[in-house]
Design a protein. Structure first.
Length: 324
């Protein structure tokens, strides 16, 4: 009696479990984090390979079953079970994460691991096949998307193993794949929110030109709002030297007069009257100039490499344009 909602598909093929453990490259000194150990088929092999296993399991019945399975064995003092939702649990330090996870938490769990405060060697995780292919997709691939770019900024990802649904009981509806995620060291020096906000805009439609996306009224007005907020913050931080801060941001056409709230309101009204994609708008032009400067106007996110995204973001930021 498994709970569908908890994604409980137990790995039944021992050869496959061996193969996952082998590909994970576990050292005998490793502290291993396992997520969703279930009845412990993978846990047992992890205990054989490493020094310690810390397993986070949501389902109390599974926790009991797991403890019962290893009670009185030489493994029991090297296994620590934490009962709870992994997404809400503060994770301990670990060297390597190996997990056959419930697929509904794929995305938040991946980012939780990528942003884990202490460094780890790698994570070897079973995902739904399509999610796995998105993680590893390269520019120009069909499945290349925001998830690919976002993940690959923080980690090297590689596809390790295709896993058919019949390796599980009960079999899930979809095929699976095991992926290796290796956090980059050092971690990239980008502002997470800024990067995420930027990619959200770029991938509004991945096959549209960036020119078309960044001309959209909703995008321009969001960026303009951020711009003005930042100007106001800089001005107040600098007090009487507010002028210098504004100039640093580097656009004379958006000078001090924009600190004037009445002017701001006027500008917005004018934008509203412009109608569909009509002509000017000082700020829109500012945004377009950044795209032109980098030669990005006719490019599409579906084909851009991570370096190109980083470069474009740096150009925006240099012009004082921010996404968070
Ligand atoms: N690892 C086992 C195996 O390979 O046979 C079971 C894997 S099963 C796909 C997923 C496991 O994760 C289940 O035991 C389920 O109870 C547990 N689980 C589901 N949601 C969870 C969550 N949010 N946090 C921790 N464990 C969770």
């Amino acid at each position: 009696s498994f709970h569908k909602s908890k994604g409980q598909h137990i790995l039944k093929n021992p050869l496959l479990v061996d193969s996952i453990v082998q590909k994970a490259g576990i050292k005998s000194t490793d502290v291993i984090l396992e997520i969703g150990p279930g009845t412990g088929n993978l846990t047992k092999k992890l205990l054989e390979a490493g020094k310690e296993v810390i397993a986070v399991e949501l389902d109390s019945r599974m926790v009991l079953e797991l403890q019962r399975r290893f009670q009185g064995t030489p493994y029991s003092n090297r296994l620590k079970v934490i009962q709870g939702d992994v997404l809400k649990t503060e994770l301990p330090r670990f060297d390597i994460c190996v997990a056959n996870i419930p697929y509904q938490i794929s995305s938040p769990l991946t980012f939780k691991l990528l942003f884990h405060p202490t460094s780890f060697r790698c994570a070897v995780i079973m995902y739904q096949r399509e999610f796995a292919m998105r993680l590893v997709a390269q520019p120009g691939d069909n499945l290349y998307c925001r998830l690919s770019v976002n993940t690959q900024l923080y980690a090297r990802v590689s596809h390790l193993l295709k896993v058919g649904k019949n390796n599980f009981r009960p079999p899930p509806k979809v095929d699976s794949s095991v992926v290796r995620i290796e956090p980059r060291k050092p971690q990239p020096q980008v502002n997470k929110k800024e990067w995420d906000g930027f990619l959200r805009v770029c991938f509004i439609r991945k096959n549209k030109t960036l020119g078309a996306i960044f001309r959209q009224k909703s995008v321009v007005s969001m960026l303009e709002k951020n711009f003005k907020t930042l100007q106001a913050v800089l001005a107040s931080l600098n007090g009487s030297t507010g002028e210098a801060a504004v100039m640093d941001v580097g656009d004379q056409s958006m000078g001090l007069e924009d600190d004037d709230n009445e002017m701001e309101d006027d500008d917005e009204d004018m934008e509203m009257e412009e109608g569909q994609g009509g002509g000017g708008g000082e700020f829109k032009e500012k945004v377009m100039n950044v795209l032109k400067e980098g030669g990005f106007e006719e490019k599409r996110s579906s084909k851009l490499s991570q370096q190109e995204f980083l470069y474009l973001l740096s150009l925006f930021n240099k012009s004082g344009i921010h996404f968070s």
